[in-house]
Design a protein around this ligand. Structure first.
Ligand SMILES: *[C@@H]1O[C@H](CO)[C@@H](O)[C@H](O)[C@H]1NC(C)=O
Length: 374
C-alpha cells in the first residue's frame, strides 16, 4: 500500500513538473483549441489525482469551474459532441499536433526499477543520456509509476487505459507506453539498455528547420538479400527502441488508436491470452510501427501526392547513409540507431552518424532481431 501511494505521488509530481516546465519554457500556444483543453484536463486530473479515472463522457472542462467563463456556447456544444468522435479524432483533440512547437526536452525510459534501486543494472547507459542532454528532464518510469502517469494523462480517453491495463504481457505494455508518453508529451523515448552516443540536439541535420519536423526515426533493418523474409518481417523495418517526437504526432495517434482497438476487440472476443511473444512484433512492435509509418507517408490527408507519382515504400529508404526528410519526418540511416551491427551497411560506433548504441539486454527481441545471417 505504501509503494502504491509512493507511486501515485511520484506520478502526480511528474505531471506537475511537466505542467510547470511546459508552461514556463514554451511560448503561449496561439490556438485556444490547442491550449485550453489540455491544461484544463491536467489541472482537473491533478486535483483528482487520488480518485479513479473519469467516465467516458466526462469532458476536460467539467471539473474546472474557474475556467468555465472562457467557454463559448459553441465550444460547449463542441465538447458535448465529443462522444460521437472516433478514438483517433478524440486523441487529436486531447493531444493536438503543432509542428512549429519545439521538441520537448524530455527523455523517457522505462524499467522494472529506478536508477536508485540496488538491482538497477543500466547505470552506465542511463548516465549517457543525462550527460548528453543537460537541461533535459530525464525520467526512468517503473511499471507502477507508468500506470498512474497514464491515468493522469489519459483520464479523458478511458478506452486507452482499459487497453493498457488489459495487455497480457509486460513487453506489450512497454511498447504501448512509449507511444502513449510521446503522443501525450513528446520528447525522446529510448530503451533502458541504450547508450546515447550523440546528443539528440544533433540528430536532425543542420539544414533542416526544426519547425518543419515532428518525428525522428531510425532504421532497424534493411536486409538486402533474397532470403530477408527468413529473418525480418519487413523489407525495411523502422526501429522503436529510440524515437523522438513532438506531442500529438499523427503517426503516434494512429499507433495508439490501432493498439487500443485491436486490444479491446481481442478482449471482448476473449482472445487476448493468445497473444504470445512471437506475435508482439505485429501487435505492438516494430512491424506495426513500420506499417503505420509507411501508411502515413502514403496518406493524402498529410502528403501531397501530386509531386511524387509512385507509392512510398521500402525502396525509398534502402541503402541510405544520410538522413532523409519525408514530410515532417526525419528518417535516419541504419548507422544512427544501429551502429556496429556489422551488416546491412551499418557503420561503426565512431561514425559521425552513430547516435545511439542499443544492447538488446533490457528489451524483448526475438533471436532473429538480434543476429541475422550468422
Ligand atoms: C519514392 O520512390 C518512388 C519510386 O520507387 C518514386 O516514384 C517516389 O516519387 C518516391 N517518393 C518520394 C516522396 O521520394
Amino acid at each position: 500500500m505504501l509503494a502504491f501511494r509512493r507511486a501515485l505521488l511520484l506520478a502526480a509530481l511528474i505531471v506537475t513538473l511537466l505542467y510547470l516546465t511546459t508552461r514556463s519554457t514554451s511560448p503561449p500556444l496561439s490556438s485556444p483549441r490547442a491550449a485550453s483543453p489540455q491544461s484544463q484536463a491536467e489541472l482537473d486530473l491533478l486535483a483528482k489525482a487520488s480518485t479513479a479515472a473519469g467516465s467516458s463522457d466526462r469532458q476536460p472542462s467539467d471539473a474546472n469551474p474557474t475556467d468555465n467563463h472562457h467557454d463559448s456556447p459553441k465550444a460547449e456544444k463542441k465538447m458535448k459532441d465529443m462522444s460521437k468522435l472516433t478514438l483517433y479524432e478524440r486523441l487529436a483533440y486531447h493531444f493536438p499536433y503543432d509542428v512549429e512547437t519545439k521538441f520537448p526536452a524530455y527523455i523517457w525510459q522505462t524499467w522494472k526499477w529506478t536508477p536508485a534501486h540496488g538491482e538497477f543494472a543500466f547505470r552506465e547507459q542511463e548516465a549517457t543520456w543525462t550527460e548528453q542532454h543537460p537541461g533535459f528532464i530525464h525520467e526512468v518510469i517503473t511499471d507502477q509509476v507508468a500506470v498512474h502517469l497514464l491515468r493522469l494523462l489519459y483520464g479523458s480517453v478511458p478506452e486507452v487505459l482499459e487497453a493498457y491495463d488489459s495487455l497480457p504481457l509486460p513487453v506489450l505494455k512497454a511498447d504501448f507506453f512509449r507511444y502513449l508518453i510521446l503522443l501525450a508529451r513528446g520528447g525522446i523515448y529510448s530503451d533502458i539498455d541504450t547508450f546515447a552516443i550523440r546528443s539528440a540536439v544533433d540528430w536532425i541535420p543542420d539544414h533542416v528547420p526544426r519547425d518543419t519536423i515532428g518525428l525522428v526515426i531510425g532504421i532497424e533493418a534493411d536486409p538486402d538479400r533474397p532470403d530477408w523474409k527468413d529473418w525480418y518481417s519487413r523489407r525495411i523495418q523502422f526501429c522503436q527502441w529510440t524515437i523522438q517526437s513532438k506531442p500529438g504526432h499523427p503517426v503516434l495517434r494512429e499507433v495508439v488508436t490501432r493498439i487500443t482497438d485491436a486490444t479491446l476487440k481481442r478482449k471482448r472476443a476473449g482472445s487476448l491470452k493468445d497473444v504470445h511473444d512471437k506475435n508482439v512484433i505485429e501487435f505492438t512492435g516494430p512491424a506495426l510501427w513500420t506499417d503505420i509509418i509507411f501508411e502515413y507517408f502514403n496518406d493524402e490527408r498529410y502528403f501531397n501526392k501530386m509531386n511524387s507519382p509512385g507509392p512510398v515504400d521500402w525502396k525509398n529508404f534502402t541503402g541510405m547513409d544520410m538522413p532523409k526528410v519525408m514530410g515532417d519526418v526525419v528518417v535516419l540511416p541504419i548507422t544512427s540507431f544501429s551502429p556496429g551491427v556489422q551488416q546491412m551497411g551499418a557503420k561503426d560506433y565512431d561514425d559521425p552518424m552513430a547516435f545511439v548504441k542499443h544492447d538488446f539486454e533490457g528489451t524483448w527481441k526475438p533471436e532473429s532481431e538480434r543476429h541475422i545471417g550468422e
